[in-house]
Structure formats: C-alpha cells, structure tokens
Design a protein around this ligand. Structure first.
Ligand SMILES: *[C@@H]1O[C@H](CO)[C@@H](O)[C@H](O)[C@H]1NC(C)=O
Ligand SMILES: *[C@@H]1O[C@H](CO)[C@@H](O)[C@H](O)[C@H]1NC(C)=O
Ligand SMILES: *[C@@H]1O[C@H](CO)[C@@H](O)[C@H](O)[C@H]1NC(C)=O
Ligand SMILES: *[C@@H]1O[C@H](CO)[C@@H](O)[C@H](O)[C@H]1NC(C)=O
Ligand SMILES: *[C@@H]1O[C@H](CO)[C@@H](O)[C@H](O)[C@H]1NC(C)=O
Length: 804
C-alpha cells in the first residue's frame, strides 16, 4: 500500500515537473520526507540475523567485513561476543561510527569496540561531517573513562554511488564512509603476497597501519577524528615493511596540542585533583591473545617529571587482538606550586604465544608519549566537583530523556559526562576560570574542604545513608557549596511512557524520571529542600536573560530566609493535565517556584528544577549565565543583586507535607540499574582516597573493604568456538530509527544520512496517515497555486505579449 502511495506521488511529481522549479523543490522535499518515513518504518533487523550472517562470514573465511549498521546498546552480549568471535577469527571488521553527531557520547556499537575499525565521516573539504558521531566511548562511565573513537575518518558526505535500479546517486552518512575504508582495507590486503597474509594480516595490524598512516586534520579533536583521515599510500608503506608488534593508540597525549587533545588540553593537571584518566587502547598485531609481560612504567624526561604519579590499570588478557592501558594521573603534593610542562614516556611490554612453527614467544615494547601541563593547585572557590557516580544511562536502563518535547530520541544515552553531552558547559566553565573535576565514586569519597562547589546535574541514582550524612556535614560544617540541577519526575507520566518494543517482545518502562527526585529529596532533606512532580514548560526571564524551562520540576519545600524565584508555567504532567481539565481550562497558570538559593551553616546551596539548559543534547536555551551566577554564590559567596533581591526573600518557608512529595515507583526493580541499592559503599580508584590510600573517611563502610578494582577478565572459553548457533532466539536488536513503538531499542538501521535536513519524527500509528494526508494537501495546494498562476498569466499574458 505504501509503495502504491509512493507511485502515485511520483506520478504527480512528473506531472508538475515542468511547471515550477520552486514548487518542484518543495514537493521533492516532502517526497523525501515521506520516503524516509516509510523507509524507516519498513526497516527491521534482528540480532539473530546478524549472528547468522557473522557465522556465515566465519565459515566462508572472509577477510574483510563492512558493517554499516549500529546502535547504542553495547550490552547486547550475544551480538558483542559474536563480533569478538569474528575478529578473533581474523576477519577485519570495519564499521560506521554512527550518524548521531554533532553531539558527543554518540558512538554506535559495534564500531565503538576496540577490535573493530570504527569510521567517522568528513566532507570534501576535510571538515568532520556534522552527523558523524563523536566519542568518547561510554562503556567505562562512571568509574572509568572512555576510549578514543572513531579510529579514522573517511569521506562520507555526498559520495556518488550506484542506485539499486540504474544510474548513480549521491549518499551521505558514516554508512558511506565505512565502505570507503573497507575498500582501502581490501586494497591493502591485496598488496600483501598471499603466502604472507596469514603471518602479517589481522585486525590489529590493519588498524595499526590505518591509524599510523592517517593524516591528522588541523581542526577537530581526537573524539571527532580519531587518528585522522585515512591515507591509503601511507598505510601501504607501513604494511609493506610490517613486522608483528604491539602498539598503543593514541600513542601521544600532548597537552600542548590543542584542540586535538581536547578535553585534556583544556584543563591542566594540579596537585590534589581527582585522578585524570586517559584510557588508551593496546593494539597487538602479534597474536589474537596477548599478555602484559611486565607492568607499565613511567620514564620522565627530567627531574620535574617525578612530580607526576601514575597509577596504571590494564587488561590482564589482551583479546581479541586488543586491550586497554589506562593512566590515572595525579600531581604529587610536592608539586602543589609547580607550574610548567612534564614530559616523558610510558612503556609497556606485551607478549603473545609463539605463532605456528615458531618456538619463542613474540614480544614487543610499546611507548606512549606524555606532555602534560601542570599548574599550582587553584583556590578552593574555583574548584568544582562534578558527580558522575549517581548518573544512570541507557543501556541498561530505560532512562528517559530530560526534555519531553524531544520525541524522536527518548533515551538518555549520551553518558551525561563533562566530556560528552555536557562538554559545552565544561568548556564554558573552563573559559570562566573554573577547574572541574569528575567524581566517579560515592559522595563519601572526596574531601569537601578542597572544593568550592559540588555540582549535581540530572542524577538518576539513589544515595547511601552515609552520603546523605556526609553531605549535610560538608555543607554546614565544611562550607561546601552545593548546586543542584534537577529534572522532571512524575510517576503517572512515566507509566504513560511505557511502550511495547516489538523487537525484544517486551514492555519497556522508564525506571525513573528525567532525574530521580525521590532520591534527591532524601539527599536534600537535611536542608529542608524538596522538589515536586510537576512537569513545567515555559519561557521566563531573569535580569533580561531569556530562558526556556523545558520539562523541569518545581520546588515544594524551601526554608525561610532563602531566595526563591517563581514563574507562571503550565504543568504538562499526566496528573497536571487532568487537573487542568478538572479546574476548567482558562484558569491562570499558577506561579511555580523553580529556583532557590540559601545560606546554611558555613555553606551555600542553589537548586534549580531543570538541567536541559546545561545539556548539549536537545538544548533549547542555555542557562550558563545562571550557572555562573550560582557558582559565584556557592563557591565565593558573591550575591547577584537580581537573584538575591529582597522581593524574592522568603519570610515564610515553602512547605508541602509529605503526602504531596513524589514517591518512588514500586513496580520497577531499581537495584538492577543502581550502583547504590543493594551495593556496597566503596571508594574506587577514581577518587583520591583510594589511590593515596591514607586519608579515608572513618564512615561506616558496609561490607567489603575498599579495594582497587579488579582487572577485567575475559572469558575466553566463549568466543573462540564458532558454531552455527542460532539459539539467540529471535532476540532482536536493530530496529529502525524512528519507529514509534520501538523507540527504546533505538538501534539504527543503515547509517545513511540524507542531504536535506529532514526533521526526525516519531512515527506512531496515526502519524503515517497524517503525513500522507498533509503531503497530499500540500501537493493539492501547490498544484492549485500553479493553476491559479497559469490562469493569471493567461489573462495578462496577451497584454505582455502585445508589448513590444
Ligand atoms: C556496508 O555494509 C552494509 C551492511 O551493514 C551494506 O548494506 C552496504 O552495502 C555495505 N557497503 C559496501 C560498499 O559494501
Ligand atoms: C578502559 O577501557 C576498558 C575497555 O572499555 C575498560 O574495560 C576499562 O575499565 C577502562 N578503564 C578505565 C580506568 O576507564
Ligand atoms: C619517548 O619516546 C619517543 C618515541 O619513541 C622517543 O623519541 C623519546 O626519546 C622518548 N623519550 C624519553 C624521555 O624516553
Ligand atoms: C531485583 O534485582 C536484583 C539485582 O538484579 C535481584 O538480586 C533481586 O532479587 C531483584 N528483586 C526482586 C524483588 O525481583
Ligand atoms: C568447539 O567446542 C566443541 C565442544 O566444546 C569442541 O569439541 C570443538 O573442538 C570446538 N571447536 C573449535 C573450533 O574449537
């Protein structure tokens, strides 16, 4: 039926073709739009199909595989393990990094795997295509830090390719860039003599050739371009004389090379800071399995380099072909006043078992060059601590997006990290002179006397009782500033947001709201502050700054003496909507308190009900101006005259009793997603105390003692055996981008991107007919207008002709 519709549309298009180029263009746009919609509706693929195809590739001994698909769910183990098996079987897999740029934290799986060559897109003038997904990888958050991806970039915008019928058409997307690299890889394979291929060629050596040969582009950073633009000739030179070896990617971390080394180069190191983690990838061209022979070591190039302390974590087993080497860098206390550059190398020795016919193990030493900027420890007021620990994302949880106006991208999957979707805020804070550190451990794991402000933005997790007690003391006794940016939370709306995912054949339901308000309320209770469960939308302005409140919550409790700002907004939550109806529409929008500022003990607190204005994903307006004023207050006790005007000072507390406060969902097992519920309170190596080991808090530590995280151990038994195993039931994985019913399993189909910026829409059952109807109407309108014009022309035509 759909095809028929399309046929008719084309017919109409041909009819009007000769009439009016402008109208034609407009119609074309609509056609495209409709086409895309249909296309995405029809496109479904299942994990098991991919497993079958991959098994086929293994059974038929393929050399190179191009995979122009992907999606955010890197926790789909049957799929991920099959990809490991593919590469373990010496098949070089090239895959598109995704079309979710220019946002950060948008890498698609499997291109984000270290054993896969992940390809981003550039245009013909060597600019990163805006659609190309950006790093870092988000598997490692919150305790760790993501890896650099894509690996390389290739042309991916307006590439001519063949049409299915005949002729050519221009295509854009990382789906196009990926086969460009797959082609390069095939050419490179073909130049190695067949008898040497087995010895030299593997996913790691090919990636080494590609990244070492790539041409670094001047503008983009490493999370945009990886090693740079793929370069066939350079990579050919490298492969020509290749001897099996291991290497590190990236093999340089140079703080003086900005913007390439962003975000590292954007904030120097200093003593007393949280460890800065750089998570590099080990590429081992010597064998599918490898081991670290001796622990990595730091070789400073001069005396000052001894001020740097590096704690290493790395793969115990390097398989398949790849592993990781993470640097946890800190400046020692002796360096608190040091300012300058620290240089040196990290070396690590890797070995692999002897290859067939060889006696001795293969081994090689890898070098990672470091050039780091160091400054004296900044004053407390300028130091901001960002809580990463209490953020939960998709996967695994259906964590809904923060702005409910955004309907085509309902999952919160960009990592909520300073260097992913909060990267513009991070840059802004740096440019304003703040130093921002990341806390990946509970709130008991930092020394509050070092920080001006603890920044809690859009958090979904629960809090340990110890954290609640410590924070209270930190603020009141230690003078810590606390800035909270919350989000909507409304159980009725969450229940409404559940949908049946016909790929996983299960109901998906949000495990919490945009933020976990009941948990935040527990945390803020000692200060007499609580948020409500309204979902407020509207424009407002403070001090001439126009802002949009996009699905934020309201304040329900705030103590006397605080400063509270209220605005008349509409409540669009499920419960609010029914109330609006009950109250008979037309009533005045009630004033809702959304911003509160308070001095308490030695500390200061600012709470705001919306975080969309700090989050680069789907931001409507930014509120960096507000954040700056809040940090002035929480960090330095500078009071903005407008925010602290007498007219908003509370003579009476804002107070709603308990029965009005939002409650937790009872039908969701939250401990599946939480790092708190049912878990031990542990400070990990991403907090200061663990690494230095001496300054722990004497709080109750439940259960196990604090320990360094164990190394990642991979179960080798599973991946290596290749059988035609289709037991993966029909656990589906890839669903089309826009399909309404399966938004949750937001697995993209082919990563093509059309030239026109066609708005992404949610296609629910009513939408397709609606779009068809609207298109029809517009078509009718334009034809009618053409006819009108013609008629007019005919009427005046003779006159004009008569004119000489
Ligand atoms: C790249 O991979 C996709 C499948 O993921 C395929 O549809 C496409 O045709 C491939 N492109 C080339 C040039 O092989
Ligand atoms: C580095 O990345 C690897 C691979 O994703 C991960 O297993 C490891 O935990 C990460 N390490 C750190 C410290 O982030
Ligand atoms: C670090 O490694 C690079 C590249 O291997 C080498 O040129 C340099 O001399 C080394 N520097 C030190 C201090 O070892
Ligand atoms: C909730 O999930 C946890 C962790 O997966 C599990 O141990 C527990 O039994 C579950 N509780 C219920 C009530 O299903
Ligand atoms: C796969 O596993 C089976 C049973 O464990 C074993 O007999 C077989 O040899 C294995 N095949 C390969 C290729 O390792």
């Amino acid at each position: 039926m759909i095809t028929l519709d399309m046929g008719h549309l084309w017919l109409v298009l041909l009819l009007v073709r000769t009439q009016n180029v402008l109208v034609l263009h407009r119609i074309l746009r609509f056609m495209l739009f409709v086409f895309l919609l249909m296309h995405s509706l029809l496109q479904v693929s299942y994990t098991s199909w991919f497993l079958d195809a991959f098994n086929y590739a293994i059974a038929t001994n393929m050399d190179v595989l191009n995979l122009s698909i992907g999606g955010p769910d890197y926790l789909d183990l049957p799929f991920v393990e099959k990809v490991w098996e593919i590469t373990a079987n010496n098949i070089i897999m090239v895959s598109a990094i995704g079309n979710d740029g220019p946002l950060y934290g948008t890498l698609n799986n499997p291109a984000d795997q270290s054993d896969v060559i992940g390809v981003g897109g550039i245009d013909y003038s060597d600019h990163i295509a805006s659609f190309s997904s950006r790093g870092m990888s988000t598997w490692e958050i919150p305790h760790g830090y993501g890896r650099v991806k894509p690996d390389v970039v290739a042309y991916g915008r307006e590439i001519m390719g063949s049409k299915i019928s005949t002729g050519c058409k221009s295509l854009s997307g990382t789906s196009v860039a990926s086969p460009v690299v797959a082609g390069v890889v095939c050419l490179l394979v073909s130049i190695i003599p067949e008898n040497k291929r087995k010895e030299i060629l593997n996913p790691a050596s090919m990636k080494q050739a590609l990244v070492e040969g790539a041409a670094k582009l001047a503008g983009p950073n490493m999370y945009e371009q990886g090693a740079g633009r793929v370069d066939l000739l350079e990579s050919f030179e490298i492969l020509k004389s290749y001897r099996p070896r291991a290497s590190i990617f990236p093999n340089i971390l140079d703080y003086t090379d900005c913007p390439y080394s962003w975000p590292f180069c954007h904030q120097p190191l200093y003593a007393g800071a949280m460890p800065v983690i750089f998570n590099a990838t080990i590429l081992n061209g010597m064998g599918v399995i490898g081991y670290v022979q001796s622990p990595p070591t730091w070789h400073p190039s001069d005396e000052e380099g001894n001020l740097l302390s590096i704690h290493f974590t790395y793969s115990e087993v390097i398989w398949p072909w790849t592993g990781y080497l993470a640097l946890h860098m800190q400046i020692k206390e002796e360096g608190a006043h040091f300012s300058g550059v620290i240089e040196g190398n990290v070396t690590i020795r890797i070995y692999s078992p002897p290859a067939q016919g060889e006696k001795a193990a293969r081994s090689s030493t890898c070098v990672l060059q470091l050039k780091l900027n160091v400054v004296p420890t900044p004053p407390r007021s300028k130091r901001v601590l960002w809580d990463q620990f209490h953020s939960i994302k998709y996967p695994p949880g259906y964590i809904p997006r923060d702005s409910l106006d955004v309907r085509n991208d309902i999952l919160d999957w960009h990592g909520d990290h300073l260097h992913t979707n909060f990267h513009i805020m991070f840059n802004m804070l740096r440019d304003t002179g703040y130093y921002v550190e990341t806390l990946g451990s509970p709130l008991t794991c930092f020394d509050a006397s070092q920080y001006g402000t603890l920044l809690l933005v859009d958090l979904e997790d629960e809090y340990f009782q110890e954290e609640i007690e410590k924070l209270r003391s930190d603020v009141i006794n230690t003078g810590l500033g606390l800035a909270v940016f919350a989000e909507w939370y409304n159980v009725d709306t969450m229940v409404k947001m559940r949908f049946f995912d016909d790929n996983t054949r299960s109901w998906w339901t949000p495990v919490t709201g945009g933020a976990n308000i009941p948990a935040l309320n527990d945390l803020l209770e000692p200060f007499g502050i609580a948020f409500g469960d309204k979902i407020l939308n509207g424009d407002f302005s403070i001090d001439g700054e126009q802002s949009r409140y996009a699905s934020g919550t309201d304040l329900m409790r705030f103590p006397r003496g605080g400063f509270v700002h209220s605005f008349p907004f509409l409540d669009s939550s499920e419960s609010g909507a029914t109330q609006n109806v009950l109250l008979n529409s037309g009533v005045n929008k009630a004033d809702s308190p959304i911003l509160g500022l308070l001095e308490v003990g030695k500390g200061r607190i600012a709470v705001y009900g919306d975080s969309n204005c700090l989050d680069s994903s789907h931001m409507v307006t930014n509120c960096y101006w507000l954040l700056r004023k809040i940090l002035d207050f929480t960090g330095s006790n500078i009071k903005d005259t407008v925010l602290f005007s007498e007219s908003v000072k509370q003579d009476m507390p804002v107070y709603e009793d308990d029965s009005h406060l939002p409650t937790r969902r009872t039908d969701v097992n939250f401990s599946v997603y939480s790092a708190v519920m049912g878990k031990d309170l542990v400070c990990r190596s991403d907090s200061r105390f663990e690494v230095w080991g001496t300054k722990g808090y004497n709080l109750h530590v439940r259960g196990r003692n604090k320990r360094l995280p164990g190394y990642h151990v991979i179960d080798l038994g599973r991946g290596l055996n290749s059988t035609f195993d289709t037991t993966g039931s029909r656990r589906p994985k890839f669903t089309e981008k826009n399909k309404g019913d399966s938004l949750g399993n937001r697995y993209l189909g082919l990563l093509y991107r059309d030239e026109l910026d066609v708005p992404e829409l949610v296609a629910s059952h009513w939408l397709v007919p609606a779009v068809v109807a609207v298109t029809g109407f517009l078509l009718f309108l334009s034809i009618w207008r053409i006819r009108q014009k013609r008629r007019r022309r005919r009427r005046s035509g003779s006159g004009r002709l008569a004119n000489p």
